[in-house]
Write a protein that binds this ligand. Sequence first.
Ligand SMILES: [Zn+2]
Length: 255
Amino acid sequence: MKPLAKSSYAAFSCQRTSSRPGRVDPRAGAGEHEQVPLEITRLHLASLQGLDGRRWPVHGFVVTHPGGAVLADTGVGGPQEWLDDWRVVNRSVADALADLEMSPADIGLVINTHLHFDHCGQNAVFKHAPCYVQRAELSRAERESRELYDWSGFAGARFELLDGDAEVLPGLEVIATPGHTAGHQCVVARGEGGAFDLLIGDAAYTPRIYSDPGSDQLPAGQASDVVVWRDSMRRIRSLDPERVHFCHHTDVVHR
Ligand SMILES: [Zn+2]
């Protein structure tokens, strides 16, 4: 991927629309804005040992737009003991971006699907960029993960707090999908002809869970609230995305 000219990022910022309350229906098209196809590139940011004893990849995603680039999830970070406990083989997000001939400065906007240490751990690399997260998720992190909250400097971070579904940029939306955590969100990125990709975050760890959310064999940690999580999975599946991309699995599920 070619680096994008810095000047284009200023234009990107100007195109940013304010988040809007209410429910986004990704099937309804990109609203009043001109639709520009978005391109998704997966970054391999780490691997860690899951609670099932297996190695799990950790992915972030760069979503490019003619005016700039967005990063969805920033990879692993936190106190060293956490990295040791999870047997993390970590990678700097800057190195991963360099593979795409990009640098952190090229990221104009960050989205965190949620605030677990393997999704927001390198947020501090992007201090220049606003970071879109659900208000409910920041509250949860402050309440339940005080160590991560403090370690990551969330109190001073440039969060743009969302209350439910929101359009972040033309063709780029987040949909509130609580259940894995109280403020989890997925990312919807539109391509050609109204089709859209879904960055599912941790709403489903694997394609198998995405395909069968009714299973009572959920892995540990998949749902903090199973009833709410199943509602979110019903909604996600009813949207029928063209492709689903996973943070902890390398397969992409096609419709
Ligand atoms: Zn998580």
